[in-house]
Design a protein around this ligand. Sequence first.
Ligand code: NAD
Length: 376
Amino acid sequence: MMDSIGVGLIGTGFMGKAHALAYRTVKAVMGDVPAVRLVALAETPATKAAEMGGQFGFARATGDWRDLLDDPGIQLISITTPNGMHRQMAEAALKAGKHVWCEKPMALTLADARAMEAAARASGLKTQLGYNYTANPTYTHACRLVAAGEIGRVVHIRGWVDEDYQADPALAWSWRATLKQAGLGALGDIGCHLISLLTGLAGPLDSVVGEIETLHRTRPMPDGKGRAAVENEDTAAALLTFASGVKGTMVASRSAWGRKSRLGFEVHGTEGMVIFDQERMNELQLFQNRGPKALQGFTTILTAPEHPPYGAFCPAPGHQLGFNDMKVIEAAGLLRAIRDGARPPLDFTAGLEIEKAIHAIALSARDGRRVRLAEV
Ligand SMILES: NC(=O)c1ccc[n+]([C@@H]2O[C@H](COP(=O)([O-])OP(=O)(O)OC[C@H]3O[C@@H](n4cnc5c(N)ncnc54)[C@H](O)[C@@H]3O)[C@@H](O)[C@H]2O)c1
């Protein structure tokens, strides 16, 4: 019986804080998980590491992430650094015998993601990617409704993910605009989240027909001296064909003014429809073609203790979970998988399929043809 798991955290930005909060609260929320020891945190420079180590409650802090590798007190490493560092850090952590929780997207390129997946498989260690939206009890309830046939047979699926963090044409150029440091644009940043939700609902993808566009082709340099090229896409759209034969569509934009986290879907069935929107992450809309037509309409289902693990956070229905709570659920899944020797649902092998999907869309857009995931 594993009583506790020692963790090391690399990076203390948006996601670093989300992982730290999850580690700090997961035992108190869930109960049935191993306790977490906050062993060491890595950040650059070392002064910032020390400051954040104190704030997050880690026993020690370092300016060099490699210091975590030979620490025998660490069994699990969280990688929350920019995309271009994921492969190097994940491979080193696995080589050092540590389980890995890595933020999405897996890597800059499909070749890097494949190498990470191979390293994970060879290591026999547990891996998990940061697809937090799949941990939302509202989403898992939607999956259960669909699987239980509450909307009949699935006939069509639509997904969208829109944000506005690159909507302003005057926004300064940054590393996010480069293939070398960011990889894909809207597809890698947010499109992969949408694929994680759609494939969880409708199964694996077989092929895609994609379209991508860079709306703001150059951006002003931060120092005001000239402009530089934006190398990756602001928007993407795709026709999707799932292995089951079900067809669907998806759109993604990082330049959609007013949209903050409009990640959602509609699943159309022969007897009804289910709708989800992350900006209202505690609600599902369900339509069922049942009863008198005059009384039919969409029902709003507010997440409640009947939708586990909501009840672990709060005994009262409709009181609502938040973004960081999904990270707690993700952490719990990984800690249990490590304790039980089970496979985390979104490990590097499952994550590679998501990478294939987003890269297939980009390839299809470039070549102007349908691309099967099996060929990328
Ligand atoms: N799951 C999600 O919903 C979600 C949301 C946002 C970002 N992300 C992903 O998380 C990753 C990080 O994004 P973010 O928004 O947290 O970025 P961020 O810029 O807020 O944080 C990155 C952190 O990594 C640190 N860092 C950089 N190089 C380092 C090094 N060599 N050693 C130690 N620390 C180093 C930076 O100083 C910074 O604190 C990206 O891959 C991104 O795609 C996921």
